[in-house]
Ligand binder design. Structure first.
Ligand code: ZN
Length: 120
């Protein structure tokens, strides 16, 4: 990894300190993607102990996720790569693009979860 690129990606993905998650959720890594079809920003939780697979002949981990948001049923297939310190270093997303936690928070704030339907 080129240092400048790593730095840029670190900023893009918020780095280790900005990776989100509740303080008591030490095994969770939170990632954010934007659906290319509807623009929804979806948060994805990855369990660093259960979900990550070591990269063959390399240092680090990767995980594949199939993500479906609330707004549309378009499936987003994502693959995230992490270094040994569980920092996100790469992402390949089919059907979406990488988003930041700030973008997700803004999206959540302007699109509150729909209230549960009244039982009829
Ligand atoms: Zn969508």
């Amino acid at each position: 990894m080129i240092p400048v690129l790593a730095k840029l990606l670190g900023r893009l993905f918020g780095g280790a300190r900005g990776s989100g998650g509740a303080p008591d959720d030490r095994s969770g890594i939170y990632l954010h993607v934007r659906c290319r079809a509807c623009g929804e920003i979806i948060r994805v939780r990855v369990n660093r102990h259960n979900d990550l697979s070591p990269i063959e002949d390399g240092d680090g981990f990767h995980v594949r996720k199939s993500i479906i948001g609330r707004h549309c049923f378009r499936r987003i297939d994502a693959e995230f790569t992490f270094d040994k310190a569980y920092r996100q270093v790469d992402a390949t997303i089919a059907g979406g693009v990488v988003a930041t936690r700030e973008e997700w928070e803004a999206w959540e704030a302007s699109h509150p979860a729909p209230a549960p339907a009244e039982p009829s």
